[in-house]
Ligand binder design. Structure first.
Ligand code: SF4
Length: 409
């Protein structure tokens, strides 16, 4: 059993935080007079107003390869120019339009003027000895997001991406949830995280991507779906859908849409506990849909794509780290093509919960494995770099004027 459990310690499902899930009120934020968000794009007000919203929706990397060809043609260029733009963006991964040197200067100028690319300024980089790099990126409008590259000596790597600035799901144990919702990320800002990480970690040729950073990805489907297309299109970034996992706090309509859209990416559900009342307490979004319905929809998703859905559980010392909780999870995991990922809590300010000790986790894993349920434990990678999603942003927001940052880049 000991050996089997050791092999069960997975890194492919590692997540730097407990991301994932909705319809609570959006936190009030400062916006220019008159800006109430964009009704046509469903983009909520940006921290620096509607101009910033329209800027990021025009970025070239919002467009799928076929759309880039259409764009080139609409600008009076031949279609091969669109393919050149696509290759520059998604194969060569250029950071600026100036680097698209195979395009005529006037076309580059036009693309710069009318479209542009998002910028990712590193406000902070936290690196741990075990090769995790956690980036705090500042976007063009000053919004802060986190992305993490977890590299392995074996060459495997997992990149954790954000889908929103803040999050409206308000999970009690999550630093991002405490920020409230600030704004949606655009497709270009989602894809841009991958391209930026690639520029910084060029040796990671085939990373696993997990949408487990800041935000609830299924609360931003308008941006997520095109991003998945660009990430998986052979003419785009060309990653296998099997290397991509979307994690949700349980938005069943979003799961259904993702299934109907046939993207084929992996699905993870932030379940946290098999006790319905306890789940509602920890994750307010759980009040919207009965756990039974959530698991039925998740099971259909797994059967449809013939891949197991991960039930993720933030394990909190003294709360859900005992064998009773493991038995509840076992009962639920038998209801569909599920595997379980136990995620020891990364404690945050404002939530009275501690990380469980390894003996409790071992006992839970032993019980689940002995009943045939594939169970992994997120390893500690990233913990020492403020790994829970939203922690860097929250710290940055609280940092007193003049206090040193972790590491400026
Ligand atoms: S509050 Fe949002 S980001 Fe945090 S765990 Fe919940 S769904 Fe994920």
């Amino acid at each position: 059993m000991r050996q089997r459990r050791a092999s069960a310690i997975s890194d492919s499902n590692s997540r730097p935080g407990l991301c994932a899930a909705a319809s609570m009120p959006i936190m009030p934020i400062l916006v220019p007079d008159g800006c109430r968000g964009c009704p046509s794009t469903h983009v909520p007000p940006a921290s620096r107003g509607c101009q910033a919203v329209s800027d990021r929706l025009r970025h070239l990397s919002n467009l799928r390869p076929a759309e880039l060809v259409q764009l080139a043609e609409s600008l009076g260029a031949r279609s091969f120019r669109g393919r050149q733009i696509t290759r520059a963006l998604y194969e060569r991964k250029v950071a600026t339009i100036d680097e698209m040197t195979d395009l005529p200067a006037d076309l580059r100028e036009r693309l710069e003027q009318d479209h542009g690319l998002p910028h990712f300024t590193v406000r902070q980089l936290s690196e741990s000895e075990d090769l995790s790099s956690k980036y705090l990126f500042e976007l063009d409008d000053g919004a802060l997001i986190e992305s993490v590259a977890m590299q392995r000596p074996t060459g495997r790597s997992t990149w954790c991406l954000s889908s929103q600035v803040g999050c409206r799901m308000a999970c009690t144990f999550c630093a991002t949830g405490r920020m409230g919702m600030v704004r949606q990320l655009s497709t270009s800002e989602i894809v841009g995280q991958v391209l930026e990480l690639w520029r910084r970690h060029p040796s990671d040729t085939h990373p696993n991507l997990v949408f487990m950073g800041m935000g609830e990805p299924l609360d931003n489907l308008d941006a997520l779906l095109p991003a998945l297309d660009i990430l998986t299109d052979e003419s785009g970034i060309g990653l296998s859908a099997r290397r991509i996992t979307v994690s949700t706090a349980g938005l069943v309509d979003g799961i259904r849409t993702l299934m109907q859209q046939e993207r084929g990416v992996g699905l993870a559900i932030s379940l946290t506990t098999g006790d319905e009342a306890e789940r509602r307490e920890l994750m307010p979004v759980a009040g919207q849909v009965p756990m039974r319905e959530l698991l039925e929809v998740a099971a259909s998703y797994g059967r449809h794509f013939r891949r197991k859905v991960t039930l993720e559980c933030a394990i909190i010392a003294g709360r859900n780290d005992d064998l009773d909780h493991a038995r509840r999870l076992l009962k639920l995991a038998r209801k569909g093509p599920f595997k379980i990922n136990l995620i020891p809590l990364n404690p945050i300010d404002g939530f009275a919960g501690e990380r469980p000790d390894s003996s409790s986790l071992d006992a839970m894993v032993d019980l689940l494995w002995s009943e045939g349920i594939v169970t992994t434990v997120r390893d500690s990678q990233g913990r020492e770099v403020d790994a829970a999603c939203g922690q860097l942003v929250r710290k940055q927001q609280r940092r007193p004027e003049g206090a040193p940052r972790n590491r400026a880049v």
